[in-house]
Design a protein around this ligand. Structure first.
Ligand code: CA
Length: 228
């Protein structure tokens, strides 16, 4: 379950440098050379984070950031602006349209990776490898293992990701569309009832330890993982 990061940058050398560093850090780099291409990619599958250059050939990165923030589907997508501009007023404009962080070129790849890690920790805890435990149900992302009251639970990769997302967002009502976007990374090509099929399998797998009771169906809403 690699964390995908979309690099929107028109200079191939910078894009490639960032991609190489992302790969080294265990992320999955996706690349777009302009706003149009970035939008097609984001429409197809939501990345976990966007690195967004300010000056792009078709539109400015600021325009794209503004658009992402105004769409409920992408409102919470973490964005780091990349820019050659160092003016304070430009930086403020970047934060104004909802960028989460701001890195001025030339930047050190190490600093950029540190900013990415920090932002992911802050904005999408499910993208980190910390174990999560709720009411005796424990999930370990780094080893892909799940335990119900200490006994191993066998899950497919999809059910594992689904459970991870549910546990990380306990007590919130999660619509099928939101689950598709965040667990499958795609809202276009998969039918919403796919979610129900995997929830059913997940409940079956959790039945032995009784943890299936933690997954609640919310009529007309989706699903909710009970906090305890
Ligand atoms: Ca540029």
């Amino acid at each position: 379950m690699s964390t995908s990061i979309l690099i929107v940058e028109d200079e191939p050398a910078i894009r490639e440098l960032i991609a190489v560093n992302l790969r080294h850090s265990g992320y999955l780099p996706l690349q777009a050379e302009d706003v149009a291409s970035a939008r097609v990619q984001i429409d197809t599958a939501l990345p976990d984070l966007v690195l967004l250059d300010w000056m792009l050939p078709d539109q400015s990165g600021i325009d794209l950031a503004r658009r992402l923030r105004s769409d409920p589907r992408t409102r919470e997508l973490p964005i780091i602006m990349l820019t050659a501009r160092a003016e304070e007023s430009d930086k403020l404009a970047g934060f104004d349209v909802g960028a989460d962080d701001y890195v001025t070129k030339p930047f050190s790849p190490r600093e950029l990776m540190a900013r990415i890690r920090a932002l992911l920790r802050r904005r999408s805890p499910e993208a980190t490898d910390d174990p999560v435990e709720v009411a005796g149900l424990r999930l370990e992302p780094d080893t892909f293992r799940v335990f119900g009251d200490g006994r191993p639970v066998e899950l497919s990769p999809t059910e594992f990701r689904l459970l991870h997302y549910l546990m990380k967002h306990a007590d919130r009502v999660l619509s099928r569309a939101k689950l598709l976007d965040n667990v499958w990374g795609d809202h276009v090509f998969i039918e919403e009832r796919t979610v129900d099929v995997h929830i059913r399998r997940l409940r079956l797998a959790l039945q032995a330890s009784g943890h299936d009771r933690l997954i609640e169906t919310v009529r007309g809403g989706g699903y909710r993982f009970l906090p305890a």
